[in-house]
Design a protein. Structure first.
Length: 340
């Protein structure tokens, strides 16, 4: 039986997840969700539903991992609607044990360009309007989310709703290097302002924070201040988790301009997906201090712990990308001083 919502038991996370598309045109080099696209292709082939033309085009790509951003799979609307309504009944059945959280956009951007044509994300929001008592969160890089401000505001009258504009830096050059077809930072901040002005609960999602590249004190402070000034009220964040499928595209993106960072990642992520624990702990402290300084919450929902709270201290000055004034976290495992 077709399902549209992934239950918490299937993902190991504390929420249901919804992804109307498989693959993402924005093509972020670090994206962990490339594996989901590979599984989608395998399932389509096994079911005999992968068009020969699509298979041929994918085989012509210079790198297999490019298929994630070049071949976007769209869930059929009739299946999407009936399955989502059925899944929502399952979700509501569990509300007696507490508010159920549905996260939209955990493995693909729900407002990527395909949404303009197919409108599955908007249709999902319309169907969610039929229920009450849920928590609904959205993560996106796209200002297209402002198109649905009316629905989001209406949803908030029946449920808890939060929109996260995903932003890792204000540096447009870094964005173009790592997120080649995504909207630039100023357009995302403009979307934050429009949602805030429309009465929608909105913040930014500072993830992934890239060690040695976007984790600098001045960089993070500028990002959080810009978000606050645009109307954001929360800003969770976490350090880069580097999954196998993302190692090659990220290395290609970094090698030309930041070879030292690329080399560091090869070393430090060789046997682990996470940055070292001391790094993540130090980054968590840095984010906490900066949020307190600028006046932002750690999470959209007040009783939840910070999403994927981070950690840092193995990323020394010799590994930094040379950003002016970035003040990287301490080298050689030393703890950063309190003023950082």
């Amino acid at each position: 039986m077709t399902s549209m919502l992934n239950p918490p038991e299937a993902t190991g996370m504390g929420f249901w997840s919804l992804n109307p598309y498989v693959g993402c045109e924005f093509g972020c080099a670090y994206c962990y969700a490339r594996f989901a696209h590979r599984y989608g292709v395998e399932r389509a082939e096994a079911a005999g539903r992968l068009p020969a033309e699509t298979r041929s085009r994918m085989q012509e790509l210079p790198h297999p991992w490019e298929a994630f951003e070049r071949a976007i799979f769209v869930k059929r609307q009739e299946d999407f609607e009936s399955a989502l309504l059925r899944d929502l009944r399952r979700v509501l059945h569990r509300t007696s044990s507490g508010a159920q959280h549905i996260a939209i956009g955990t493995a693909t951007d729900p407002y990527q360009p395909a949404e303009r044509r197919f409108g599955l994300t908007r249709r999902a929001l319309e169907l969610l309007l039929t229920v009450r008592g849920l928590r609904i969160s959205i993560v996106t890089k796209s200002p297209l989310v402002t198109r649905d401000a009316d629905l989001l505001r209406a949803l908030h009258e029946r449920n808890e709703v939060a929109v996260h504009l995903s932003m890792i830096t204000l540096d447009a050059e870094v964005i173009r290097m790592l997120e080649p077809r995504s909207p630039l930072p100023h357009t995302r901040l403009r979307a934050v302002r429009r949602l805030a002005d429309a009465g929608v609960s909105v913040g930014i999602f500072c993830a992934p924070i890239l060690p040695g590249l976007t984790d600098g004190l001045s960089d993070l402070r500028a990002l959080l201040r810009a978000a606050r000034d645009a109307g954001a009220s929360f800003a969770p964040g976490c350090a880069l988790r580097l999954y196998g499928e993302a190692k090659a595209p990220l290395a290609v993106a970094l090698e030309r301009r930041h070879p030292a960072v690329a080399a560091l990642y090869r070393e430090r992520y060789a046997r682990a997906r996470e940055a070292p624990a001391r790094y993540r702990e130090a980054l968590s402290r840095r984010l906490r201090r900066l949020r307190d300084e600028v006046g932002l919450r750690a999470a959209a929902f007040s009783d939840l712990a910070e999403i994927g709270d981070t950690q840092l201290a193995f990323w020394g000055d010799r590994h930094t990308a040379g950003t002016s004034g970035r003040q990287p976290l301490a080298a050689n495992g030393q703890r950063p001083t309190d003023n950082r």
